[in-house]
Design a protein around this ligand. Structure first.
Ligand code: ATP
Ligand code: MG
Length: 407
C-alpha cells in the first residue's frame, strides 16, 4: 500500500485525556481512534493487526476442533433471567426498544450458546463439541483508563465446549490450555498460567497473565515451578497449588486470556441434557475460554515499544516491510512492484515529505523491517535495510529482501 493514499496520518500528540501508553502510541501512529473512554475505532493499520491476531487464534482453535459461528450482540432479557444474571451482573448493558421490550447487549454468550446447543445436541454421539466466535462484547466497565486493555466495547474470541463427562471435559480443557500457550507464543508474549478463583460453581479457573507495569492485576509466581496465583485468591499462608513451593515473586500483570470450567451452571437452567450410552439422561458439562483481541494488541504495544514508537513482532505487524523512497522514486516504485508481486506486504512511503519525517513515522508505526531506497543505497548496490528492533543498517540486494520476507 502506498502511504500517500493511506487514510490515516500519524500525529505528534495523543489526546490529552488518554493516559495509557498503549492507546497513546496506537492513536499517534494511526492504528486506532478514540471515540470515547473504552471505545475505539480500528483504522486501516490497526485492523490489519487485529486480523492477524484473529487468524492466529483461529488457526489454533480450529486445530483443536473448534467450529466457528457468529452469535448476535442483541440478546433477549428472558435468557438472562433464566440464569439469574439479568439482575446480578453489574456490567450488563440493558437496552429498551420503543415498545418497552428489554434486551441485553451481550457481555458474554453463555445465554445464547447454551440454548443454541440444545437445538442440535441430542445424544452422547453429538459430543464433544466446541463452538467459538470473534464478536464484540459490551461491558459497563467503570474504570476504562487502560486504553485497549479495558474496553467497554471490545472484540473477544469466546469458545464454549460441551461434554458428556468430567473426564472428557478435563481432556479438552488441557488441549485448550496448550492451544492458548501456542497462541500467546506466536504473538511473542510470555504468559504465566495463573490459578484464579472459579466463582461458586467451580473451585478454580486459569488465567494467562503477561507481566508488565501497565497491568491491572497482581500475581504471585512460584519460583519453583513458575505457576502463578492471582492476588484475589491467594491468602498469605498459601503454598503453590502445583508443587507446594512457598517462594513467590509478586508482579503486575495483564490477563490476556482465561479458561473456565462451567460444570452445569448453564446446562442446568437451559435444560441441556443428552441420553448417554447406557440410555440415561445426563446434564451436559460445559467449559468457556476467552481471549480479548484488543487487549492482546494493547499488551503487545505495552511490551514491544521504545521512546520512538511501536516495535511489532513479525507475526502481527500490519505490514512486513516499510519501504521508504528518499529521492529515488523510479527505482523505489520498481522495488515496490517487485515485492508486491511476491505477495510481500509492503507499506511504501512515496510521500513528498522530508527524510526526517519518514524515518520518524517508520519508527512510530513500528513495522519490523525498514528498507530505504536512495541514490546512496543504489550506489552501494541495493536498499538500506534496518530492523526496527536494532540500530544496525545493511545494504541488501532486492532479491535478498524478497528471500527474507517471502512466506
Ligand atoms: P477482567 O478481570 O480483566 O475484567 P474478565 O475476568 O472479566 O477480565 P472474561 O469475562 O473472562 O474476563 O473475558 C475473557 C477475556 O476477554 C479476558 O481474559 C480478556 O482477555 C478479555 N477482556 C475481558 N474484559 C475486557 C475488556 N473490558 N476489554 C478488553 N478485553 C477484555
Ligand atoms: Mg471483567
Amino acid at each position: 500500500m502506498k502511504q500517500s493514499q493511506l487514510f490515516v496520518k500519524t500525529q505528534k500528540n495523543a489526546p490529552k485525556d488518554e493516559i495509557s501508553l498503549n492507546a497513546r502510541l496506537l492513536i499517534r501512529a494511526g492504528f486506532v481512534d478514540k471515540l470515547m473512554a473504552g471505545v475505539y475505532t480500528f483504522l486501516p493499520l490497526g485492523l490489519r493487526v487485529m486480523k492477524k491476531i484473529e487468524n492466529i487464534i483461529r488457526e489454533e482453535i480450529n486445530a483443536i476442533g473448534g467450529q466457528e459461528i457468529l452469535m448476535p450482540t442483541l440478546q433477549p432479557k428472558e435468557n438472562w433471567q433464566k440464569t439469574g444474571r439479568w439482575d446480578t451482573m453489574d456490567d450488563l448493558y440493558k437496552v429498551k426498544d420503543s415498545s418497552g421490550r428489554e434486551m441485553a447487549l451481550g457481555p458474554t454468550h453463555e445465554e445464547v450458546v447454551a440454548p443454541l446447543a440444545k437445538l442440535f445436541i441430542n445424544s452422547y454421539r453429538d459430543l464433544p463439541v466446541g463452538l467459538y466466535q470473534f464478536q464484540n462484547k459490551f461491558r459497563m466497565e467503570l474504570r476504562s483508563k487502560s486504553g485497549l486493555l479495558r474496553g467497554r466495547e471490545f472484540l473477544m474470541k469466546d469458545l464454549y465446549s460441551f461434554h458428556i463427562s468430567e473426564e472428557d471435559f478435563n481432556n479438552y480443557y488441557e488441549k485448550a490450555k496448550q492451544a492458548y500457550f501456542k497462541i500467546f507464543n506466536r504473538l511473542g508474549l510470555k504468559v504465566y498460567l495463573t490459578f484464579a478463583s472459579g466463582g461458586t460453581f467451580s473451585k478454580y479457573s486459569h488465567e494467562f497473565q503477561t507481566i508488565t507495569p501497565a497491568g491491572e492485576d497482581t500475581i504471585y509466581i512460584c519460583q519453583k515451578c513458575q505457576l502463578a496465583i492471582n492476588k484475589e485468591i491467594k491468602n498469605e499462608t498459601e503454598k503453590c497449588q502445583d508443587c507446594g513451593g512457598s517462594d513467590f515473586q509478586e508482579e503486575k500483570s495483564i490477563e490476556v486470556g482465561n479458561i473456565f470450567p462451567l460444570k452445569n451452571k448453564f446446562s442446568g437452567p437451559f435444560e441441556l441434557t443428552v441420553i448417554d450410552e447406557a440410555g440415561k439422561k445426563q446434564e451436559i458439562i460445559m467449559g468457556c475460554y476467552g481471549i480479548g483481541l484488543g487487549r492482546l494488541m494493547g499488551t503487545v504495544v505495552e511490551i514491544y515499544h521504545d521512546e520512538k514508537g511501536i516495535i511489532w513482532p513479525e507475526s502481527v505487524a500490519p505490514f512486513q516491510v516499510h519501504l521508504l523512497d528518499l529521492g529515488a522514486k523510479t527505482e523505489a516504485e520498481k522495488i515496490y512492484q517487485e515485492l508486491t508481486d511476491k505477495k510481500i506486504e509492503v507499506l511504501y512511503d512515496d510521500r513528498e515529505v522530508s527524510a526526517g519525517e519518514k524515518f520518524a513515522d517508520a519508527d512510530l508505526i513500528g513495522i519490523p523491517f525498514r528498507a530505504v531506497v536512495s541514490r546512496k543505497s543504489l550506489e552501494k548496490g541495493g536498499v538500506e535495510v534496518k530492523e526496527r528492533r536494532t540500530e544496525k543498517t545493511e545494504i541488501w540486494k532486492t532479491e535478498k529482501l524478497i528471500k527474507k520476507l517471502e512466506k
